[in-house]
Design a binder for this molecule. Structure first.
Ligand code: NAD
Length: 367
């Protein structure tokens, strides 16, 4: 009995230590035997408004890995939504399992019921392995979903807007690193040729960049090489590829101790969330190596801006593009602040995001 109590106490400590250190408000575990649904909804911060962030479906090796992803991603949403100037807080959901085998209407609708049970404290949208069709299924069970297709009055796929924000953020980084925002002739490696990667490649090739691409799936690479004139880099050669700009557009954590020893680019600017495996250590190491890092949660905010206006009920393509374009100026301000305060660009961007939450939180206090 004593042993059991000790084990339970240790487990309780390990669950809450991450939630406490990242300062989450609420974390919900969702389970349904019939559909095989196992999901985690992490609500990080609702000071600016209801939490919003996509749902990711992934075959996590362990439940702990899924929990860590949900916690890190939802915190990232708080920062992203704040620095983008949106009136929403940060949340994120992960569904555990291989999407190609497990995902179906019943599973998505069951998940929708869990989202509904939170009463609007969390709004979902698309993330990795999710489509507008999946959002339609969720909508059958709850109104707390965005990223719906146009024919349902939604704002559609957010990834073209995400790609545009990454493109302008990359241009701002080029301006700072090279003195010109032009990407013409620059060697840019896009890792991950999915939804965002494809649109980014389109922008880059049109701007005259020399693009190379990498993905773990042959068919995804083929879809790109059929359409664009690009080089292909093997998935395990990304860190050693001799490029000017590395654009991580697959999964997070690719800036780590291993890759940092190999990277020789001038700029890291991409769409993937949580690119820095350890934001303090690896952000500093990039700075020490003279590699300019455009913070992920700042430059990949175009997609959430798109779904935000859908949620707010006043969406228009031009409005979202105009707001996304502001990422260029914000990225330059972040680089300035980083230099002035002798911090990494990532830390500078966090400061801007957290200051906004603090100041808006203050005006919400009763008079
Ligand atoms: P996606 O699933 O369409 O594309 C991801 C691609 O990465 C896939 O083609 C996959 O095969 C590839 N990939 C996975 N592991 C890889 C590896 N080790 N090496 C090379 N390729 C690999 O996802 P997406 O919507 O394009 O999103 C890409 C990233 O951007 C994700 O991290 C996502 O969280 C982030 N993001 C997306 C949006 C959006 O609007 N879709 C918004 C903000 C952030």
């Amino acid at each position: 009995m004593i042993e059991l109590t000790e084990t339970m106490n240790n487990e309780a400590v390990s669950i809450f230590s991450d939630i406490e250190s990242m300062n989450h408000e609420q974390v919900v575990l969702c389970h349904d035997k019939e559909t095989g649904l196992k999901a985690i909804i992490a609500i990080h911060n609702t000071v600016l408004g209801p939490s919003m962030g996509g749902t990711r479906m992934w075959h996590y090796a362990t439940d702990q890995e899924a929990m860590t992803d949900a916690l890190r991603l939802s915190r990232g949403m708080t920062l992203k939504n704040s620095i983008a100037g949106l009136n929403i807080g940060g949340g994120k959901a992960v569904i555990i399992g291989e999407a190609s085998q497990l995902k179906n209407e019943a599973l998505m609708r069951r998940f929708g019921k869990f989202v509904h049970s939170l009463g609007g404290k969390y709004y979902t949208a698309e993330d990795v392995n999710m489509t507008t069709r999946d959002m339609e299924y969720i909508r059958m069970e709850t109104p707390y979903v965005t990223g719906l297709p146009d024919y349902m009055g939604g704002a559609g796929d957010p990834s073209p807007y995400t790609a545009y924000g990454v493109f302008v953020g990359m241009k701002a980084a080029a301006k700072r690193a090279y003195g010109s925002e032009s990407l013409s002739g620059k060697k840019v490696l896009v890792q991950g040729t999915g939804n965002v990667g494809t649109h980014l490649i389109d922008y880059l090739t049109k701007d005259g960049a020399k693009v190379s691409v990498s993905d773990i799936f042959e068919d995804k690479i083929k879809r790109i090489t059929d359409r664009f004139s690009v080089e292909v880099v093997a998935a395990d050669q990304v860190a050693t590829a001799p490029v000017d700009i590395y654009a991580p557009c697959a999964l997070g954590g690719t800036i780590n101790d291993d890759s940092l020893g190999l990277l020789s680019c001038d700029i890291v600017a991409g769409a993937a969330n949580n690119q820095l495996l350890d934001e303090t250590v690896h952000g500093q190491k990039l700075l020490d190596k003279g590699i300019l890092y455009a913070p992920d949660f700042l430059i990949n905010g175009g997609g959430i801006t798109n779904v935000y206006y859908e949620y707010a009920g006043n969406h228009s393509h031009d409005r979202v593009m105009a707001q996304t374009e502001k990422i260029y100026d914000t990225t330059l301000s972040v680089f300035d602040m980083s230099q002035k305060t002798n911090t990494t660009p990532h830390q500078a961007a966090i400061k801007i995001a957290e200051d906004r939450i603090k100041s808006i939180g203050n005006i919400k206090l009763p008079l």
